[in-house]
Design a protein around this ligand. Structure first.
Ligand code: ARG
Length: 367
């Protein structure tokens, strides 16, 4: 086996798919207080997601894994640990962990390197442990694999802006977007913080979204860690930016799918345009906010959280007909995959996976 992946579209041959088992509505922490009074989790309450939801999500995850295997792709799954137990470091105690569904949030493969992100929620600090048995086996089997972990963050109270959410929620849309553009959000700059899913890989260029879970120091750390790459901090007109893969999804050289209602910065648009990339607006999602599954903290735009199997084949959630038709008209073979039951566990088809091997070598798509 070999670890190798430079972008999100080269032919996929080896991937990790997450699991729903044991996922928690996590205990409150400085920037996350879940509040779903109608679904049994009023503010501050925490506990495992209901069994029937876990079973439904696992059925879809297992079917997705089987579908990938039927196409000759090796699929590995993480280890489930007891996410319900409290955890601590010398700096803090946290009532519970979260789960191991969106592996994309925790790991990023850049060439022969797999990098463990810092993460920025205390509930997700230990999530890398779910992937350690796999990472250890890749390290043994591939003599060229580079296994890296970004500095484990301390996540003291000083990493978070005190009283952020009530103050932010009181702002209007334009004021919130101004804050997003400045990355004046939930995190301070006391240490580098990033989630892997804020990174979009395009060969020599890495686009990193500044978000609720990724700060400027995090991007600076990535820039120094990948000196051969161009690392671009980017923002979008999204009031709640968390992970780039429902906003800006490169599908093949020259084509990026963009969530049109989350405006891209002019610099980013120009960078793509002068390099002859087409920026295609994603289709309207099939679901409205009200139609999302219960306990879902993602948006309807999971509709564009697609997984490319190759530059001409893409997996799309099976109910997202408008999205499927758009991709079909752009010349893709579209593979429909039922997946909305997985959303309450943290995401869609792209979030639920992490590339371990795609064919192809490092290229410069923005010469
Ligand atoms: N926050 C995004 C949205 O709701 C979802 C991104 C999920 N991505 C992930 N890698 N977990 O639009």
């Amino acid at each position: 086996m070999r670890v190798n992946s430079w972008n999100g579209w080269d032919p996929l041959t080896h991937v990790i798919v997450g699991r729903a088992d044991g996922t928690m509505v996590q205990a409150p922490e400085p920037t996350v207080v879940r509040d779903w009074p109608d679904d049994g989790f009023p503010a501050g309450a925490y506990g495992p997601l209901p069994d029937d939801m876990v079973q439904a999500a696992n059925a879809q995850l297992d079917a997705f894994a089987d579908l990938l295997r039927s196409r000759g792709i090796r699929v590995d799954r993480p280890d489930v640990i007891d996410f319900g137990r409290p955890v601590s470091t010398p700096d803090w105690e946290q009532g519970s962990m979260f789960g191991c569904m969106p592996p994309r949030d925790v790991l990023v493969t850049v060439g022969s390197e797999i990098l463990e992100a810092t993460m920025s929620y205390r509930s997700r600090w230990f999530e890398y442990l779910c992937y350690r048995p796999l990472l250890d086996s890749y390290f043994r089997d591939d003599p060229d694999m580079r296994w890296e972990a970004a500095p484990k963050p301390r996540l003291t109270d000083d990493a978070y802006k005190p009283g952020f959410w009530p103050e932010y929620e009181a702002l209007g849309f334009d004021e919130q977007i101004a804050r997003v553009r400045e990355n004046d959000l939930a995190l301070t700059e006391i240490e580098p913080l990033f989630d892997a899913a804020d990174i979009a890989r395009c060969g020599k260029d890495l686009f990193v979204q500044l978000s609720m879970v990724t700060n400027r120091s995090g991007v600076d750390w990535l820039r120094r860690h990948f000196p051969e790459h161009r690392v671009h901090p980017v923002t979008f007109g999204n009031t709640h930016p968390v992970h780039i893969d429902a906003t800006w999804v490169p599908l093949r050289p020259g084509l990026v799918l963009h969530c049109g209602e989350r405006e891209a910065e002019e610099d980013l648009v120009q960078y793509f345009k002068i390099n002859d990339w087409e920026i295609v607006s994603a289709a309207r999602p099939a679901k409205t906010w009200d139609e999302l599954p219960k306990l879902c903290f993602c948006s309807p735009w999971l509709s564009m959280n697609v997984l490319s199997l190759s530059p001409d084949t893409v997996c799309v959630e099976a109910g997202e007909t408008a999205q499927m038709e758009l991709l079909d008209s752009l010349g893709f073979e579209v593979v429909p995959v039922p997946f909305w039951d997985v959303a309450p566990f943290g995401g869609g088809l792209h979030c639920s996976t992490v590339d371990i091997h795609r064919e192809g070598e490092l290229q410069d798509y923005f010469p």
